[in-house]
Design a protein around this ligand. Structure first.
Ligand code: SF4
Length: 474
């Protein structure tokens, strides 16, 4: 049963916040907007940290060893924030064959990895059998590897590509998802969440499913007993109220998942991860930043804030420059947004830090702004990196960052169960004698370079793998 809201109370009053920390009250969208705008960032961080410590305890913060595999970059959508997609005829369009995919999984298994996160563009040339055979082949060869794959926009295209039978979106989704689940799919990642508000989504997610379809896909996964995650990509054309509307939809649908399916072994959102838009090489990134350049009056509100409504009903006609100006998120905006997500999403246990886009040191600070999880070392990713972000970390570095932040690092699985608590001398970070080969400049790797292993051998040590780029774990 969801905790009550108290819309008449002042959210800046610590009595209400204390109840939110202990899960005895939840905040309203309006209160969240007040908190975002009016609470000093350090205070917001402290409350989010208190909530995180209430849920996860004082000591352990987690990460996962998984591999992100982008199986194809061919995509029917044309999201304006995407630098990854290609049309099928382009010379650098690709679809990995099974052997290439299995090699990547072998690399993962060699470093003790437990999960693959497999997402792609929406490739109309791949039949259902390509997916089912792939999943079966992976499970046959690597039965212990958890397959976290195919985001909601992919599922929505699958029902068109595969001509799924059914009288409703839900029935069609169920038809496809059951087949993929039977073939080996274990859980569904939250890619493609972006911002749910229609006005924003129509501008940036060209050809991608709307919020209702995204949330329905996850609801079907929950009904079928699969867990999922939820994501948000912010810091572009949206207003702050859009971010809160996004949180609110996730919280509402999680309430339903718990109420409707949990008793029958249903799934739910296990985590929420938000990250700022990366602009390089993207059409959206070519939009001018608000307040910079002729014609913008920086004393006027950002167009996204004029359009955004807490109920998601914003209309692009409310500001002539809506969608033509971006407001990139700063580190403090990122931390503020993440802290708010921790306090708002009282029914989601895990909040992930986005070191991939924000850098490892902001990732450390994020552990004090409501995040309990550092995501993955990631051996490969091609989507966020195509837009210019190229941070990468191996397991010792990730553990060291968590420990330096005041916590004991622990490897988890997809269910967020702890696999190894690194509290002794054999911990991945504590066995490194010489960190000089792992200096900060090695954290920033250009695409195509190789990460450096603890002994300085590029890709030579199985603990450190070739990192084509860094990723966002969803
Ligand atoms: S973000 Fe995903 S769905 Fe959108 S164009 Fe890129 S690959 Fe396609």
């Amino acid at each position: 049963m969801a905790s009550p809201t108290h819309p008449q109370l002042n959210i800046l009053d610590s009595a209400l916040l204390r109840d939110i920390v202990t899960g005895e009250a939840r905040m309203t969208p309006k209160q969240a907007l007040t908190l975002y705008h009016d609470m000093p960032i350090q205070d917001l961080g402290r409350w989010a940290d208190a909530r995180c410590r209430f849920v996860h305890g004082e000591h352990i913060r987690t990460y996962i060893l998984d591999r992100n595999i982008n199986y194809t970059n061919v995509c029917t959508a044309k999201c304006t924030f995407c630098a990854f997609r290609r049309d099928g005829h382009e010379t650098d369009a690709y679809t990995l064959d099974y052997e290439a995919l299995l090699e990547k999984i072998a690399d993962l298994v060699n470093i003790g990895g437990t999960q693959i996160l497999m997402q792609g563009g929406m490739n109309p040339d791949l039949p259902l059998s390509w997916y089912t055979e792939l999943l079966q082949t992976i499970k046959d060869r690597y039965p212990a590897v958890h397959i976290h794959a195919f985001s909601p926009p992919e599922f929505i295209e699958f029902i068109k590509f595969f001509d799924a039978p059914g009288n409703s979106l839900r029935e069609k989704l169920k038809w496809v998802m059951m087949r993929l689940k039977e073939a080996g799919l274990d859980s569904v990642p939250g890619g493609g969440g972006e911002i749910f508000a229609d006005a924003v989504r129509r501008k940036i997610g060209l050809g991608k499913c709307d919020a209702e379809a995204w949330l329905t896909t996850m609801s079907v996964a929950h009904e079928l007993g699969m867990n999922t995650s939820a994501t948000m990509m912010f810091g572009h054309i949206e207003g702050i109220a859009d971010r809160i509307h996004h949180f609110d939809l996730v919280r509402q649908w999680q309430d339903r998942a718990i109420e409707d399916f949990a008793a029958d072994g249903g799934g739910r959102y296990k985590a929420f991860i938000s990250w700022p838009f990366q602009r390089e090489n993207t059409p959206l990134g070519r939009c001018r930043e608000w307040g910079r350049g002729e014609g913008d009056d920086f004393s006027e509100p950002f167009p996204g804030d004029v359009v955004a409504k807490l109920d998601g009903s914003g209309d692009k006609s409310d500001h002539p420059e809506f969608g033509r100006r971006v407001r990139m998120a700063s580190a403090s905006d990122y931390l503020r947004t993440q802290a708010l997500s921790r306090l708002y999403l009282d029914n989601i246990r895990s909040i992930g830090a986005s070191w991939v886009t924000m850098g490892p040191n902001i990732g450390q600070i994020a552990l004090h702004y409501g995040a309990n999880d550092m995501g993955s070392v990631m051996m490969e990713e091609n989507v966020v990196s195509a837009a210019g972000t190229t941070y990468c970390l191996n397991e010792p570095m990730l553990c060291r960052l968590i420990r330096d932040s005041g916590f004991v690092p622990a490897q988890r699985n997809n269910e967020y169960n702890l696999l190894k608590i690194h509290d002794d001398a054999d911990s991945p970070d504590l066995i490194i004698d010489d960190w000089s080969t792992l200096r900060a400049d090695h954290l920033h790797v250009e695409k195509g370079e190789e990460a450096v292993s603890p002994d300085g051998d590029p890709g030579g040590d199985p603990v450190v793998v070739t990192i084509e780029s860094a990723t966002q774990n969803t």
